[in-house]
Design a protein around this ligand. Structure first.
Ligand code: PMP
Length: 360
């Protein structure tokens, strides 16, 4: 009776919540740090928190299903028409909406391997076939992805920067690649970490051209609102209207909409978070190099670190009160992925990594 796609569907394994680890290991949750899900260690803008507290008064009403005010603010921010924007319950929901619109059994979707795992999960969920193209030196191989496209390909997913590697294909190469791709494929440029880049890429001119391009952004990373679940798609009017048809009527809650709007407006906070991430990245890379640990230089707010036995390192770090991400599901058993934290968190991670390396 059950849809066979559901029975074969792999389960997404998120970074473990602090409370969960504290309970299992009998640790004080206040002494645990989570560097597992690329969240912002400085948190959301204080102005966003204030706005969200005030919005709690209005929760007896349904949210604005169309996210009108947030889409207007995003339209002004990006210089596009508000009708080119679709807001989702995190960019994860938008990935699923893309599946609803474009993927059927027999279709194919091209993606890097390893890339963000949800591309594969969504493709399988809709009974379509994931075509995984290996990265070369941890970077998306654009030419090989292009060669992997067939008549059956509906979507090509490209994460810029990529998760879990943190690597970035140069914007000019991505642009030339998009222009070369056959017109029957939808290009999904997943830019969850774009605000960490300098300059932040701008694809708005491509959205109204003859290629079907969807750019995904999120409030979960630099804006520090991962717990609120707000992401958005920038695309053409036609594609946006299709995505709007398949979303739930009230997919984004009131607090999330209000928080996202205030977070977007607080540019000084975003700049501060970008700078803290740059400094934290340098601190971590210097510490890793001094400890003789290999890492992949990252354009985002996390680093891939080669530790030998990733599963063992993950367990030992957890015992030391530091939650990171093991990469078994990404077929990277020798690596762990660590979020760039505050200066203090980074120092703690480095010390715990040194202890783990010593005991192995
Ligand atoms: N895309 C990429 C590349 C990501 O790393 C993530 C979060 N880990 C997402 C999308 C999903 O983000 P969210 O649903 O929180 O917006």
């Amino acid at each position: 009776l059950v849809n066979p796609s559901v029975l074969t569907q792999p389960v997404y394994e998120p970074g473990r919540p602090i409370e969960d680890v504290a309970r299992e290991l009998g640790l004080d949750p206040n002494g645990i740090i989570k560097l597992a899900s690329n969240e912002n260690p400085l948190g959301a803008s204080p102005k966003a928190i204030e706005a969200m507290k005030a919005a709690l008064e209005d929760c007896e009403l349904y949210p604005d299903g169309g996210c009108v005010a947030l889409r207007d603010a995003l339209a002004a921010h990006h210089g596009v028409d508000a009708a080119q924007l679709v807001v989702g319950n995190g960019s994860n929901e938008l990935l699923e909406l893309l599946g609803h619109v474009f993927l059927r059994p027999g279709d194919e979707a091209v993606m890097g391997a390893p890339a963000f795992i949800v591309y594969k999960l969504v493709t399988l969920l809709f009974g379509a076939t994931p075509v995984e193209v290996p990265l070369v030196d941890h970077v998306h191989d654009l030419a090989a992805m292009e060669r992997a496209i067939t008549e059956r390909t509906r979507i090509v997913f490209l994460a810029c920067p990529n998760n879990p590697t943190g690597t970035l294909n140069p914007a000019e190469e991505v642009r030339a690649w998009i222009e070369r791709l056959p017109q029957h494929v939808v290009v999904v440029l997943d830019e969850a970490y774009a605000e960490y880049l300098d300059p932040v890429p701008d694809w708005t001119d491509l959205l109204t051209g003859d290629r079907a391009v969807v750019v995904l952004r999120t409030f979960s990373k630099i804006y520090g609102l991962a717990g609120l679940r707000v992401g958005y798609a920038l695309t053409s009017l036609e594609m946006a209207s299709m995505l709007q048809r398949v979303r739930q009527p009230f997919n984004v809650n009131t607090i999330g909409q209000v928080g996202a709007m205030a977070a977007l407006a607080d540019e000084a906070w975003v700049a501060r978070c970008r700078e803290a991430n740059r400094a934290g990245g340098e601190q971590l890379m210097a510490g890793l190099a001094a400890a003789g640990l290999e890492y992949v230089p990252s354009a985002a707010n996390f680093l891939l670190v080669k530790v030998g036995d990733g599963a063992r390192c993950y367990t030992e770090l957890q015992r030391a009160g530091v939650i990171v991400r093991p990469l078994g599901p990404y077929q990277l058993p020798e690596w762990v992925r660590v979020t760039i934290g505050t200066e203090e968190q980074n120092a703690r991670l480095l010390e715990a990594l040194r202890q783990t390396a010593r005991s192995s």
